[in-house]
Design a protein around this ligand. Structure first.
Ligand code: NAD
Length: 330
């Protein structure tokens, strides 16, 4: 018996994590019975080159468009069996400079997709969220039962979209699943977030900024592990559930900076200590026992190896990131 083809609509598939997801699904070790349509507005963070490795794949299609375009979304959703929703404004610093686009895309865009999913009774909607919705935690880790207490406008817009997505499950019975992951790193990461910003600046002989006293703590998750977790949730998770996804490597920003300096062959003389980010959350930490116990997830990528490979990727792919540097400037 042949497995029926599943047609997935992947929003934000030209961004960092979404494109990794699409390249993985349509790659040699992918499941093989999937067709993928990427819907992406190609904002400053979206990059068609991220999808070059799958462009010739017979199961791949790209639509340049906005998740807030209700007519376009309605048509696309009607043609698919599942939605994996990555599209978002994703950079905290930009949300501090101006929150409007974050609310429009992350909240209204998500609701536009959910409405279409409901109209067409799409069998599955995976909403990609973040650990930042929980707020900041000094010690211990958040389970999925923790109420959301977001601090930045970015996190607040993501928390709002999580709540709307879960409300469509509770109110309408739509099969919605939410993932909340920690900080991702890996190749094809737009050079505005800490890891790719530091790597690209260090490789160019430049300087890097360390916010405040550098004691802020994040849990680092390789994008390979994140994508594997999303697939576990999509294929074997339960409707209406939230799944935390952790990486297992907690580092202060100072420790991360040290690791990046080492990996790039630089020293602390290249670091500028800059004023802290407004409202900077001190620590994020998710308890990911639920996805481990229910779905068998475990982060497989060792941080030191993953970081060394990421630096090597940026060394070898300057033609990918050099044109992006002017777009990354705030
Ligand atoms: P990204 O900024 O690299 O990519 C976002 C993509 O969404 C881009 O391709 C952009 O063009 C597209 N997009 C933005 N607005 C759109 C719109 N209105 N219509 C259609 N497409 C639009 O982001 P990322 O780092 O890949 O993050 C993907 C998802 O994962 C986001 O929802 C983010 O909140 C979440 N997340 C990211 C991290 C991380 O460490 N990067 C951590 C936790 C959660």
């Amino acid at each position: 018996m042949t497995t029926p083809v599943t047609r997935l609509l992947v929003t934000g598939g030209a961004g960092f994590i979404g494109s990794h997801y699409v390249r993985t699904l349509l790659g040699l070790s992918g499941p093989g019975h999937l067709e993928v349509t990427v819907l992406d507005r190609l904002t400053y963070a979206g990059n068609p080159a991220n999808l070059d490795p799958v462009r010739g794949h017979p199961g791949f299609a790209f639509v340049h468009g906005d998740i807030r375009d209700a007519d376009l979304v309605d048509k696309l959703v009607s043609e698919h069996d599942g939605i994996v929703h990555f599209a978002a404004e994703s950079h905290v610093d930009r949300s501090i400079l101006g929150a409007a686009e974050f609310v429009r895309t992350n909240v209204l865009g998500t609701q536009t997709l959910l409405d279409a999913a409901l109209r067409h009774r799409v069998p599955r909607f995976v909403h990609i969220s973040t650990d930042e919705v929980y707020g900041s935690i000094e010690t211990g880790s958040w389970t999925e039962d923790e109420p959301v207490r977001p601090n930045s406008p970015y996190a607040a817009s993501k928390a709002s979209s999580d709540l709307i997505a879960l409300a469509y499950h509770r109110t309408h019975g739509l099969d919605v699943r939410v993932t909340r992951c920690s900080n991702n790193y890996g190749p094809y990461h737009f050079p505005e977030k800490a890891v790719p910003l530091f790597i690209t600046r260090l490789l160019e002989g430049g300087r890097v900024p360390l916010y405040g006293d550098g004691s802020h703590v994040r849990d680092w998750l390789h994008v390979d592990d994140h994508v594997r977790a999303i697939e576990l949730v999509r294929t074997r998770g339960r409707a209406g559930e939230v799944y935390n996804v952790g990486g297992g490597t907690e580092l202060s920003n100072r420790e991360l900076t040290g690791a990046l300096l080492d990996a790039c062959g630089a020293d602390w003389s290249r670091v500028d200590h800059v004023e802290d980010r407004k409202g900077h959350d001190r620590r994020y930490s998710v308890d990911w026992a639920k996805i481990r116990d229910e779905l068998g997830y475990r982060p497989a990528r060792d941080f030191a190896t993953g970081l060394a490979e990421t630096v090597a990727w940026y060394r070898e792919n300057r033609s990918w990131w050099r044109p992006l540097l002017s777009r990354a400037a705030l």
